[in-house]
Design a binder for this molecule. Structure first.
Ligand code: DAH
Length: 346
């Protein structure tokens, strides 16, 4: 037995790769394996010899099994180190930090506004960013020779279309869509979206920016409804209950009367500071009562219905809310800026 023991241990030690090990394993422990044979041979012995021989054989079997397992471990460790040595791999190198995604500050505020307005019964409309001259200007009561066109420096495309300069064209698209489908006002929609102007970029001007348009059309809609809605909206986005607003006349061809809605400066509470240029007020929301020509262009009878509209510059609201002083940060893609808004993804 001792001879066999030595032979087997030597065979195991000589198996230095997976294939050789598998062979030794089946040679010793397979169906007709040598160790198994030895175990079986106990039954052929005299009855009185069986216990002693059986015990010795079992011990040997265990020893051989352990030797095989130990060799298996050694072989796989060796294979692993070889694989690692072949790869250009430095286990002491620290792994790159995985950055968690977060929402862009404009998206955060836009989501809040959408939640607020949908809770007041508004629905969300989308429109194309490549727009026709008709929807962007003519249907909004801005004819070709009107100076108001010049205030919106436009990116014209070769085919005569343009990149929309504001979200207002979606007012017309929405009214037409509603009418075509046989709906009658009331109609209450918001239109968040991206707009473009051929502007020289500086700390308060961007060529690409976000607006949120609002449009309400119904019987007997008045300026009081407009003011109430705007106040509610600003209180929620600026997170203040005590904000005052004021209306000044403002000219936009698609509303009559048109207003500039100012809010009490949230930084100095109206006392005057550098943000509000000592005036105590911040111009934030152009709005007004929808011009009859615009209602007509949307297929709605201005003798029966009236409406109000507003066009909020989303960046402006975000800048006010977070105290950001340079509009270029929004599109700059600088992570040091973006990481300051760790809003959880929803
Ligand atoms: N479309 C205008 C702009 O981008 C903003 C605007 C003003 C929208 C008055 C409106 C409004 O709906 O009533 O300058």
């Amino acid at each position: 037995m001792e001879d066999r023991r030595r032979l087997w241990l030597a065979a195991i030690a000589a198996a230095t790769d997976e294939v050789a090990l598998r062979e030794v394993d089946s040679r010793l422990f397979g169906k007709k394996g040598e160790v198994q044979d030895l175990v079986r041979s106990v039954s052929a012995l005299q009855k009185e010899d069986r216990p002693t021989a059986g015990k010795a054989i079992n011990l040997l079997k265990q020893e051989i099994e352990q030797a095989l397992a130990a060799q298996q471990e050694r072989v796989s460790q060796a294979a692993l180190s070889k694989a690692v040595a072949n790869v250009d791999f430095d286990p002491s190198e620290s792994s790159p930090r995985r950055l968690a995604g977060a929402l862009h500050p404009i998206t955060i505020v836009q989501n809040e506004l959408v939640d607020l307005f949908t809770s007041m019964g508004f629905s969300w409309q989308d429109g194309p960013e490549v727009e026709s001259e008709h929807f962007n200007f003519d249907a909004l009561n801005i004819p070709r020779d009107h100076p108001a066109r010049e205030s919106q420096d436009t990116f014209w495309l070769n085919d005569g279309n343009l990149l929309r300069t504001h979200t207002s064209p979606v007012q017309i698209r929405t009214m037409l869509r509603y009418c075509k489908n046989g709906f009658e006002p009331p109609l209450k929609v918001i239109v968040p979206g991206r707009c473009f102007r051929a502007e020289t970029v500086d700390r308060s001007h961007e060529h690409t920016f976000y607006q949120m348009e609002g449009l309400v059309v119904d019987r007997f809609v008045s300026t009081a409804n407009l003011i109430h809605t705007m106040k509610t909206c600003l209180r929620v986005v600026l997170g203040r209950d005590d904000l005052k607003v004021r209306l000044r006349p403002g000219f936009f061809p698609f509303v009559e009367p048109g207003f500039e809605l100012d809010v009490n400066c949230p930084f100095c509470n109206g006392k005057g500071c550098s943000v509000c240029k000592q005036s105590g007020w911040i111009e934030i929301l152009p709005c007004g009562m929808v011009h009859p020509n615009v209602l007509r262009a949307g297929g709605i009878d201005p003798e029966v219905y009236t409406g109000f509209a507003f066009g909020m510059g989303l960046q402006r609201v975000v800048m006010l809310r977070y105290g950001i002083d340079d509009i270029r940060l929004f599109m700059g893609g600088d992570q040091r800026f973006l990481q300051q808004f760790p809003e959880v993804l929803r």
